[in-house]
Ligand binder design. Structure first.
Ligand code: MRU
Length: 368
């Protein structure tokens, strides 16, 4: 997507030195555009854990490149063990988004049965590139399928502005390009459909007010940032036509884990008969889990993310305390929206209902 009119992806291999992986350090956005270089698996793990990169798709792709960086420095006589250990380091950084462990497993499968270390290194680089390209292609297809939903609403409103609410950042910064929740929005906007996006600020890390707002602004899409608790009021007053969110892990029964607060939006949408969609690539399905609330691991992040907030003050990013200094704070980073509250799932293969039968119709190779 464009940044100041120039095309960017959220992660790429350095043009002059393929031992360097470049990322946009998202902690600095929207105030500064900082590109960071990753040269080891430890740096990749730190970038994921400390949210230099975030979002289900992108942490998967970063983990895939992290495995390549680990391969570059793995000792020839203990190569497979070193790679497996690197996989463990990466997987333990963030537990909820399944894309991360999926990407690590892909890399481990890639080198299985290959004997020469240089071949293994070349294969991990190739596989990371494939995962990144697939991530972008899947997001683009999600845009094509989701576009039809927005088109229908626009027609029903005789071309009046379609108001879409989104939570967190499931945009191109959360993937490699296009994003998932945002891909249908970009597709509709480029076709001239009148739309406006309500951007939940998404406390405590403010992925909405910092990242989604920045992304939409760079593409020229009209938006308004709203406090996390405003969505219900807007819905009650007919100011929301559609909710689209991303997903970090979706069970085979259609339960969706996404950024904390998603569930409350789904409840409000259900109560107000507003369509609520989750948009994600098939790499986000956890084919082995049935009960999202009981079975999906929910990341608990530092209480300091709740107690302190970051912002731009006199030319630099500063942190300020917003609670009593000794306050206890709790920071579960995700919640689970049960399938019954979800109108549909937008995937790269099309849109389906949030239930096992409909999901398996779209992905028949997963049928037992
Ligand atoms: O904690 P984050 O910023 O990695 O969480 C991201 C989200 O919850 C997104 O909505 C989600 O990843 C779906 S889109 C990748």
């Amino acid at each position: 997507m464009k940044v100041k009119g120039k095309d960017f992806r959220s992660i790429w291999v350095d043009e002059n030195d393929d031992r360097i992986i470049k990322i946009i350090d998202q902690r600095h956005l929207p105030h500064e555009f900082v590109i960071e270089e990753l040269t080891s698996v430890r740096e990749a793990a730190r970038a994921i854990r400390d949210m230099h990169v975030r979002g289900a798709g992108l942490i998967g792709v970063t983990a895939a490149y992290g495995m390549y960086l680990a391969a570059l420095s793995a000792p020839a006589d203990d190569f497979d063990a070193a790679l497996a250990a690197a996989g463990d380091i990466l997987i333990e950084t963030r537990p909820t988004a399944i894309n991360l462990s999926w990407a690590v497993q892909k890399q481990l499968e890639t080198v299985r049965g290959v004997s020469s270390p240089p071949d293994k290194i070349a294969l991990t680089l190739e596989t990371a590139g494939k995962i990144a390209r697939q991530d972008a292609a899947f997001s683009q297809s999600i845009g094509t399928h989701g576009l039809k939903i927005i088109e229908k609403i626009s027609e029903a409103k005789n071309g009046e502005t379609v108001n879409i609410l989104t939570h967190c950042n499931a945009g191109w910064l959360a993937f490699v390009d296009y994003g998932t929740a945002t891909a249908p929005i970009y597709a509709a906007f480029s076709r001239g459909i009148k739309l406006h996006v309500w951007v939940d600020e998404t406390r405590p890390w403010n992925q909405g007010s910092r990242l989604t707002a920045w992304e939409l602004g760079e593409q020229g899409v009209p938006y308004s940032v709203i406090p996390d608790n405003l969505g219900g009021h807007l819905m009650q007053h007919g100011m929301v036509d559609l909710v689209i969110v991303g997903a970090d892990r979706t069970t085979i029964t259609g339960d969706v884990a996404n950024k904390t607060g998603t569930y409350l939006k789904a409840l409000a949408a259900h109560d107000n008969h507003i369509p609520f969609y989750a948009a994600f690539p098939s790499t986000t399905f956890d084919w082995n889990r049935e009960d999202g609330i009981g079975e999906i691991p929910i990341e608990e992040r530092s209480a300091d993310e709740v107690k302190y907030t970051r912002g731009w003050y006199r030319g630099e990013i500063i942190e300020v305390l917003v609670t009593p200094a000794n306050a206890r704070a709790v920071n579960y980073s995700f919640d689970v929206t049960p399938a019954r509250l979800i109108t549909g799932l937008i995937t790269e293969r099309g849109v389906c209902r949030a239930d096992r039968e409909s999901i398996l119709d779209l992905f028949p190779e997963r049928k037992p």
